[in-house]
Each structure stands twice: as structure tokens, then as C-alpha cells.
Design a protein around this ligand. Structure first.
Ligand code: NIG
Ligand code: FE
Length: 422
């Protein structure tokens, strides 16, 4: 099928320079090179953007009427942006932890709740008892919501199994969903999310390295390894052991670091050559500089401190000033139940000092560069001739509207691989 978008408003192509690299500093707001203004149109042939040109030129070449092989959409001056790339989600889990808000209200911290039988361990109990079929149905429902909110590529972690069988099951369901839904899915093994009840830390790290990891690699569905590297969870030493073992088996890492305290996690991520350090709310300035020097993406997840009632601790403007590469993602999980990148964009712009264009780069092109080794074909996160047709028609003539409707949905149409999917 072919798709012809006519009479668009501005198109945020975000395709300046080398699209395999993230944009930093003032390049993130350089609208001259990031946005096409004027009466444009986009011609999509199959899954690929084939031509971007003036509407009249495209109308002359391809016509303006639908036919059996062409669908024509009159965009009526609505703005167009790339599909969102949500590079940090915990998509698959069962159960419900909505009760934890009242516990936080009563004064319990995240660790207190975990120690009292809530948190990750509670979700693990639910998740282990769910069939593949029910997990797939949950995943499908969540993916549908994410597509509605404009996410076209998503990183999905395991991590609520914490045993060989259940971790493999989660990765298998990720794989099923990547084949049965339009979402571009990149899968991450997070066996090191927590230590299963009744098991000693050292024994579990042994199991992770000698039993889970080889089986995960053998299964072939995971593209990355992740560790919850945080004081009280996995130490720097354990993280290094797991990441090094994974890297020997060609599984690159993206790591949870410095979420609640500066435990030196981002510094370690840089030393180990991880692809991304995620959360990074409490990382030191020198660790951020090291991350930048070693090409490690800082991925901020402001939805999590938001729901935990913490300061957002997200130095986004400092990243711009220092030209540090950064991304933004949802961290969708049983505790942070949003799949909306526009909501994350609202936090970034209404609360954290980014401009809408800077925030847009941080939810599209920049995270896409962290998924290059497992990309579904072409590099996503920008709109360019020859690139994948993953794009969003907004319900507004302004690009900036993408993050200006907290709690509401700014997306008119989600196009994934050339098909309208919302
Ligand atoms: O990224 N911090 C570790 N993991 C998740 C939360 C897990 C949970 O509370 O279930 C996160 O925020
Ligand atoms: Fe997370």
C-alpha cells in the first residue's frame, strides 16, 4: 500500500547531519535545519518515506484521490513529527500495585515498601503465575495505548520473573508481540532487577551469569542486558560482573543507575561502555561528563520521581549547556503507569526547562541512536527520504503541541512502517 500526505503544516524532520548520532546542545533547537516549513507533502511507498516535496508537486505526480493502491490524507495544515522512540519500558508484568500510593502517603519510601513485601517482589509473584497467553494480551493492550499516544518504537525489559523460566517467558512474549503488533520492539534482559526471595545475592549473581545469561543468549530474543545498579540492589562490583559477562557474549548493556542516590553507577556505565545510563537523577557532574566523553546516552525518566513525589532531579538544561547527549523515556512499570511520551514531554517542558523542540529530539532521534545495533531495518527517530515511515500527524498546526496537552492526546494519526495504526 502507498500513503500520500498532502497539505501538511510544518514537518519536524530532525534529519540534520549524521542521523546515527544524537543531537546535543543548541543543535537540538536549530529549527532551521530540523523543520521544513511550507505546504509540504510526504509520499510513502510501503514502509519507506519515498518523497518529501511541495504538496502541488506530489499531487501532480500521484493524484489527489484514493484508489486501490493509494490512500490520500489531506492533513489540513496539521504538523508532522517522527514517531516517538520510548527507549526504557517495563512492558510486561501482572497484578496491580495501586495501593502503594497510599503507603507513600503514609510516609513509606520506595525501599520501605519493597521491604514490606510490595514493590518489584510483589509484581514478580503475580507475573510468574501468568500464562504466556495472558501476558501477550496484557502486552497487546498496552502497545495499543502506546501507539495511540504516538510511540512507534519501544524498548521492553524482562525483569519481573527473576528465574530462568520466567525471564525466558517474558522475552519470548516480547518476541511474540514484536511479530503480532505494529510496534517496533527491542528486547532487554533484566534478570538483575532484584534478588528473588529466599536467595542469597552472591548465589543469584552466579545464577544470572552462569545460567540465565547463556540461556538468554541461546534463546536469541534479547538485544540488551540491564542491571538495577543502585545502593540496596545490585552493587557496582556485581553490575560489573554481569555486564562484562554479557558483553563477552555480545550482549550490550543499558543500565538502571543512580535513581535514588549517587552510587557511581553512571561512572561505571561509562567505564564499561554501556549504551545508556538510565534514571541518572543523582549522578555527579563528573560522571555526566565521562558519559558524554565515552558516548553513553543519559536517559532521564522524569515520570518516576513524579509519581514517587520526589524532586524531579533532572538537570536537562545543564545537559544542553554542556552538550551532553540525553534522551527522555516513560519507564512504564507497575509503579509508573504511563505509556505517554507526550506526558513526559510535558514534564520536560512545563517543569524542567526544555523547549518543545529540544524535548522532541530527546524522545525521537536521540533514543533511536541507542537502538542501532538491534534496529528493525532503518534508523528511526527522523523523517527523511529512504527512511522508515514512522511518523505522527498532530492535531494542531504547531509542532510544539506534541507536549502541550498533559493528560490528553495530541496525536491525530500514528503511522508505523507506512500504515495508520491508531
Ligand atoms: O525503573 N528501579 C527499578 N525498576 C523500575 C521500577 C520497578 C518497580 O517498582 O516495579 C524503575 O523505576
Ligand atoms: Fe526502569
Amino acid at each position: 500500500m502507498r500513503l500520500l500526505l498532502l497539505n501538511s503544516g510544518p514537518v519536524a524532520t530532525l534529519a540534520s547531519g549524521d542521523i546515527n548520532s544524537p543531537l546535543t546542545g543548541t543543535d537540538m533547537s536549530d529549527t532551521e535545519s530540523l523543520v521544513l516549513n511550507g505546504e509540504n507533502g510526504i509520499y510513502i511507498d510501503g514502509e519507506i518515506v519515498s518523497k518529501i516535496a511541495h504538496t502541488e508537486e506530489l499531487a501532480q505526480e500521484f493524484g489527489t484521490e484514493d484508489n486501490s493502491t493509494l490512500r490520500v490524507i489531506d492533513c489540513k495544515s496539521k504538523a508532522i513529527i517522527p514517531g516517538f522512540v520510548d527507549s526504557h519500558t517495563h512492558l510486561l508484568w501482572g497484578g496491580d500495585r495501586a495501593n502503594e500510593m497510599q503507603l507513600r502517603h503514609n510516609g513509606l519510601s520506595y525501599s520501605d515498601i519493597a521491604n514490606a513485601g510490595g514493590g518489584i517482589q510483589k509484581t514478580v509473584q503475580f507475573t510468574r503465575n501468568i500464562s504466556n497467553d495472558s501476558l501477550s494480551k496484557l502486552g497487546e493492550k498496552r502497545i495499543k495505548r502506546a501507539l495511540d499516544f504516538g510511540t512507534t518504537t519501544m524498548e521492553c525489559k524482562s525483569g519481573y520473573g527473576l528465574s530462568l523460566d520466567s525471564e525466558l517467558k517474558l522475552l519470548e512474549v516480547n518476541q511474540i508481540l514484536s511479530e503480532s503488533t505494529p510496534m517496533g520492539i527491542h528486547s532487554t534482559w533484566l534478570g538483575a532487577h532484584d534478588v528473588p526471595r529466599g536467595v542469597a545475592m552472591d548465589d543469584y549473581v552466579d545464577e544470572l551469569i552462569h545460567i540465565q545469561l547463556p540461556a538468554v543468549v541461546d534463546q536469541g530474543y534479547a538485544n540488551y542486558a540491564d542491571v538495577f545498579c543502585e545502593p540496596g540492589w545490585f552493587s557496582l562490583e556485581h553490575t560489573e560482573l554481569i555486564v562484562s559477562a554479557a558483553s563477552k557474549l555480545d550482549l550490550p548493556s543499558r543500565l538502571h543507575v543512580d535513581e535514588f542516590a549517587d552510587g557511581g553507577g553512571l561512572q561505571l556505565a561509562s567505564e564499561l561502555g554501556a549504551i545508556s545510563g538510565d534514571h541518572v537523577g543523582h549522578s555527579s557532574e563528573s560522571a555526566r561528563q565521562s558519559a558524554s566523553d565515552s558516548g553513553v546516552m543519559q536517559t532521564f525518566l522524569p515520570g518516576t520521581p513524579y509519581i514517587l513525589g520526589h524532586d524531579l532531579e533532572t538537570p536537562l538544561t545543564q545537559c544542553i549547556e554542556n552538550k551532553w547527549a540525553f534522551s527522555l523515556a516513560t519507564d512504564f512499570n507497575p509503579n509508573c503507569r504511563t505509556l505517554s511520551m507526550p506526558f513526559v514531554g510535558s514534564l520536560a517542558t512545563h517543569r524542567l526547562g526544555l523547549s518543545p523542540m529540544e524535548a522532541l529530539v530527546a524522545v525521537t532521534r536521540n533514543p533511536a541512536t541507542t537502538l542501532l545495533n538491534s534496529t528493525e531495518g532503518e534508523v528511526t527517530g527522523s523523517i527523511r527520504e529512504g527512511g522508515p515511515a514512522d511518523l505522527l500527524i498532530l492535531d494542531s498546526p504547531y509542532i510544539d503541541s506534541w507536549c502541550q496537552m498533559p493528560g490528553d492526546n495530541p496525536i491525530y494519526k500514528t503511522v508505523k512502517s507506512g500504515a495508520i495504526v491508531n
